[in-house]
Ligand binder design. Structure first.
Ligand code: XIL
Length: 333
């Protein structure tokens, strides 16, 4: 068969596959006033064309899975590497996607040098320079920043970080971010706080006190790293989101994935996984302040928990029951 006939055939097959899997999630989400996002590793954009295609087709928001963390950006003190982060930002802009920046204050994936003993004044200068440089570079391009990530531990108390030497480091981080990009919405992000409980209470109290002090905090992110046995009851989650909404905060689901491991047949587990995705999306859609629903990756092949197949596309980019559950839910009135 001549080459051009092959390409017509391939194009036809491609369109057929698209038609079979229905309208892309981003098209449906846009109609609901929701942004649907995925965490991205820019090196995969270069290595795997299918990854880039699925990402651009299905999602209208990107978040850097790793390349905007301290350890990636400021490997040596005062030296910034923006190559990979720039790539992500360019890709998002070319494909009309919003960007979440992740993350400016976290206790993990920090560079070695930040554990040196700094005075409060030195730490203040370090924090200020980092935030000013990073947020400033992408001023006007990054819609949302996770300024603070996982500040509260599983014991519902603040975690220990190298920033502790600086009193009020958290408030300062938000103020530096606001100054560097007044239009970016600033978030507190955490896991294990989707439902009600001591950890979510501690986060609520922290954010309430920040708001009362006039700290520029615009929203709260619920990561939603879930599994088949650990997922919030929908009613409790709705109640929890509502109290944060009443603080005047915007609400994002920021890192959702659902581990498939556990007892039961594969078909049953895939169904349960789909149901959990659907429930969390429904809770978000019913909460007027919930504006972003983000998955922690695109395909199971590259997930940080690849072995437990937690995402909505399998390793061959085939949509799983969870994909169709999200698609149906977005189409429900
Ligand atoms: C994870 C990445 O997915 C991994 O690739 C990396 O090795 C460790 O960090 N909460 C967060 C994310 O806020 O930044 C984490 O991302 C997952 C848990």
């Amino acid at each position: 068969m001549p080459l051009h006939l092959w390409s017509v055939l391939l194009l036809g097959l491609g369109l057929l596959a698209l038609a079979q899997s229905g309208p892309p999630l981003r098209t449906l989400a846009e109609k609901r006033g929701l942004q649907i996002g995925a965490a991205v590793e820019p090196n995969l954009l270069l290595q795997d064309p299918e990854y880039a295609r699925v990402l651009a087709r299905e999602f209208n928001l990107l978040v850097a899975e790793n390349v905007m963390k301290w350890g990636a950006l400021q490997t040596a003190r005062g030296q910034f590497n923006f190559g990979a982060a720039d790539l992500l930002v360019d890709f998002a802009q070319k494909n009309q996607m919003a960007i979440r920046g992740h993350t400016l204050v976290w206790h993990q994936q920090l560079p070695r040098w930040i554990y040196d003993r700094f005075t409060p004044a030195e730490m203040e200068a370090i924090l200020h320079q980092h935030i000013q440089t990073v947020v400033g570079r992408y001023r006007g391009k990054i819609a949302y920043w996770d300024v603070a990530n996982e500040v509260i531990g599983d014991d519902a108390r603040p975690r220990t970080t190298p920033f502790d030497v600086l009193p009020d480091y958290l408030e300062k981080a938000f103020r530096y971010a606001r100054a560097a990009d007044p239009k970016a919405k600033l978030f507190y992000n955490d896991y294990g706080a989707e439902g009600l409980g001591p950890k979510s209470d501690a986060i609520y109290a922290l954010l309430k006190s920040l708001k009362e002090k006039g700290v520029p905090l615009d929203g709260v992110g619920f990561q939603a790293h879930l599994d088949l046995n650990f997922s919030p009851e929908a009613a409790r989650m709705a109640e929890n989101l509502e109290r944060f909404a009443r603080l005047g905060l915007e609400i994002h689901i920021t890192e959702m994935d659902v581990r498939l491991s556990g007892p039961g047949s594969r078909a049953e587990r895939l169904r349960k996984q789909a149901q959990i995705y659907q429930e969390v999306l429904q809770v978000c859609l019913r909460q007027p302040r919930c504006k972003v629903f983000t998955l922690w990756g695109v395909s199971d092949a590259y997930s940080w928990r690849a072995a437990s197949e937690p995402l909505i596309f399998d390793a061959d980019y085939q949509p799983k029951p969870a994909y169709f559950a999200l698609q149906r839910t977005l189409q429900q009135p």
